[in-house]
Ligand binder design. Sequence first.
Ligand SMILES: *Cc1c(COP(=O)(O)O)cnc(C)c1O
Length: 236
Amino acid sequence: MLSEKNTLRENLLAVEDRIETACRRAGRKRSEVTLVAVSKTKPVEMLREAYDLGVRVFGENKVQEIRGKYEMLPVDIQWHMIGHLQTNKVKYIVDKVRLIHSVDSLNLARVIEKEAEKQNRTVDILLEVNVAEEESKFGLKTSEVLPLVEKVMQLPHIRLRGLMTIAPFVENPEKNRAIFANLHDLYVDIKEKNIDNDTVSILSMGMTNDYEVAIEEGSTMVRIGTGIFGARNYSI
Ligand SMILES: *Cc1c(COP(=O)(O)O)cnc(C)c1O
């Protein structure tokens, strides 16, 4: 699917093209879907190249890596924390990230609230849902989501923007369609409960292997790493 010879520019154009095609197929506008370029493990030079091609939204999964890259890259980048977040590291990124995708407990939400209050800011978050209930993954069970929504909505320095899921890795992305549809249903439930405000407007689902199906099922934010930057090497 992805030739190592492809340049970042070609990869990005191909991803853009496929997002647009998926939107058209689903009768949706391209502007309804935000592309998060997942740059974890990739060197700053590659992020700069993507930046020069117009990318402004980058996803990272490690606090340490966000802090380092944040210092080295332009200030108009929007950093998204997409990985598991430990409570003791919240204080390092609250002022650096535009959106935290991975809130999966009331305890973590409370720590973010406290730190946000201390820094006199409001933090946008998503609740991470482990729709498939995979043992190996973080995230809430679907049954835990609505009760947590109620509690998180009461935290004044947190703005709940929506939901996120990491679907299982599958060869055939069609296998994840029901998972995306499930999360979309849950998202609509939450939106309907909050008709007096429209802050809940983000449904973060879809990665390199399954983002077109996710878009067809209502995703408003796709997180794409390999499809843009190529395969990751964790050994270096
Ligand atoms: C790594 C990662 C991605 C991107 O995965 P690809 O398959 O490389 O597109 C998306 N979301 C999360 C939470 C990730 O950790």
